[in-house]
Ligand binder design. Sequence first.
Ligand SMILES: CC[C@H](C(=O)O)C(=O)SCCNC(=O)CCNC(=O)[C@H](O)C(C)(C)COP(=O)(O)OP(=O)(O)OC[C@H]1O[C@@H](n2cnc3c(N)ncnc32)[C@H](O)[C@@H]1OP(=O)(O)O
Ligand SMILES: [Co+2]
Length: 144
Amino acid sequence: MVVIILQYLAMDKIEHIGIAVSNMDAAKATWQSLLNTVVYKTETVDNEQVSTAFLQAGPNKIELLQGTHPDSVIAKFIKKKGEGIHHIAFAVTDIYAEMQRLKTEGFTLLNNEPKNGADNKLVCFVHPKDVNGVLIELCQERIF
Ligand SMILES: CC[C@H](C(=O)O)C(=O)SCCNC(=O)CCNC(=O)[C@H](O)C(C)(C)COP(=O)(O)OP(=O)(O)OC[C@H]1O[C@@H](n2cnc3c(N)ncnc32)[C@H](O)[C@@H]1OP(=O)(O)O
Ligand SMILES: [Co+2]
């Protein structure tokens, strides 16, 4: 029983890798050519000031992100570090329980409550300063 509970409170798999891009149309063409596939979903997430485009590579997903405002997190990131890998997102079964677990483990969460993400997810972010410089996103499927 303990094993099942521990499994429940864990990161299930890498849900997507977020890539910050400055020109979405050019980036979509690049990644479609690289992966020999087509973007399966585009979505603007206003509360994050980002437009996103998703591509599937086997069981894995690439999320292209472009800022929709000069002050957006993505625009700031590109200004500072240029285009590139922005975050790694993990799928979780219970984002509330996982957030609580990470807090007790001493990780800094960037939002106290899960927020609506792209691709029908509830999301939360973990500060890169606590994870060897890597921004981490937790994703739980939104049921409704
Ligand atoms: C939700 C839609 C979609 C989805 O999948 O559903 C998304 O993934 S949206 C993705 C965009 N949204 C976010 O990233 C939200 C969480 N991010 C933040 O809150 C900020 O970006 C934060 C706190 C990580 C950094 O913001 P801040 O204002 O502090 O910017 P600074 O430039 O001052 O950065 C401080 C410090 O962190 C380093 N940094 C910033 N971004 C990243 C990153 N993506 N990966 C690694 N490190 C990052 C930055 O270089 C600074 O480090 P320093 O050593 O002080 O220079
Ligand atoms: Co993401």
